[in-house]
Design a protein around this ligand. Structure first.
Ligand SMILES: Nc1ncnc2c1ncn2[C@@H]1O[C@H](COP(=O)(O)OP(=O)(O)O)[C@@H](O)[C@H]1O
Ligand SMILES: [Mg+2]
Length: 296
């Protein structure tokens, strides 16, 4: 791949930063062909985690569902489709460790396997993103198949995984559309606050457009209530959401738990940071609900 060659031709960088801190060694490249397929599901499931609103727990849910299911023994891939790169940093992958990103894949400059990184947790791989991803709209605008890029890129590697989670940005632009076209299911994190349902209405609209035109098999996997608090407002909105969407809403709700935010800022998923915490336990319940639907 051209871009890969270009990177390799660059002179090796100093491994010691000016601060004197020793950099972590580059993450191991993954050679999928040399890895046995260890799936526990008949078919891989690709789940886009989406909500037009920012700060509702998309990234936290992507990172923690992926981590929890990997801990349960499933081979899992997390695809970071947000230029904020919070899923990437949330798995502890540092900027200096990234050689290629999802942008290279979407632009056809590299394959998904070229940019795949192993996380610190066995069974969990990552396709990272960084701020460059914000260029994607400009660079792909004239591409005739711009909405299909992620789907085509994931096709050759899908069979190595039980679950592929795609963390999407807080917008309904090209990155989210690519994610919905690549996905079989959409998991919608919902924070119990005013206007929570408004953001979902738009999302449901775009899911319908995508399923009518580009991906007829796309379905809503579920709504996961996040940052739940025992306040009258939170309780009222959760009740309203459950009345309105019925069994689409997962029974597990993730409570607001400061350990979750702490873990995130340290680049460690809560499932690894503090397995006994309320947040972690809720993600275990949610992951069990989800995987039960797909187990043989
Ligand atoms: N259950 C939770 N308890 C406490 N803080 C949380 C919880 N879930 C997410 N957060 C925090 O809320 C903020 C927004 O979450 P994030 O997952 O980044 O949302 P999004 O990806 O939708 O923008 C982050 O700072 C995150 O650490
Ligand atoms: Mg996010």
């Amino acid at each position: 791949m051209g871009w890969l060659r270009r990177k390799q031709e660059q002179p090796k960088q100093e491994s010691v930063q000016l601060t004197g801190r020793v950099r972590r060694p580059k993450r191991r490249k993954i050679m999928l062909q040399q890895r046995p397929i260890e799936r526990h599901l008949d078919d891989p499931v690709v789940i886009a985690v989406a909500n037009r609103k920012g700060g509702v727990g998309k990234t936290t849910t992507s990172v923690n569902m992926a981590t929890t299911l990997a801990r349960m023994g499933h081979p899992v891939l997390l695809v970071d489709m947000d230029s904020q790169g919070h899923s990437t940093s949330g798995l502890g992958v540092e900027r200096s460790e990234i050689e290629g990103t999802i942008l290279d894949v979407l632009l056809g400059l590299g394959t998904a396997e070229d940019v795949l990184l192993a996380s610190d947790l066995p069974g969990l791989d990552l396709i990272p993103a960084n701020v460059d991803l914000s260029r994607v709209n400009v660079e792909l605008v004239e591409h005739p198949e711009r909405e299909l890029q992620l789907r085509s890129a994931l096709a050759p590697i899908k069979d190595y995984y039980d679950f592929i989670f795609i963390d999407t940005p807080p917008s309904l632009g090209l990155l989210t559309v690519n994610s919905l076209v690549a996905a079989d299911r959409v998991l919608i994190p919902l924070q119990c606050e005013y206007f929570a349902l408004e953001g979902i209405k738009d999302l449901v609209g775009i899911i319908k457009v995508v399923s009518d035109n580009l991906n007829p098999d796309l379905r809503v996997e579920g709504i996961l209530i996040t940052m739940y608090e025992r306040t009258p407002l939170s309780i009222e909105i959760a009740d309203e959401v459950r009345d309105h969407f019925g069994r689409t809403v997962l029974r597990a709700a993730v409570p607001r738990d400061r350990r979750v935010a702490e873990a995130q800022s340290m680049g460690v998923p809560i499932a690894t940071y503090d397995m006994g915490s309320n947040g972690s336990q809720a993600y275990i319940r949610a992951a069990n609900e989800l995987r039960r639907k797909y187990m043989r």
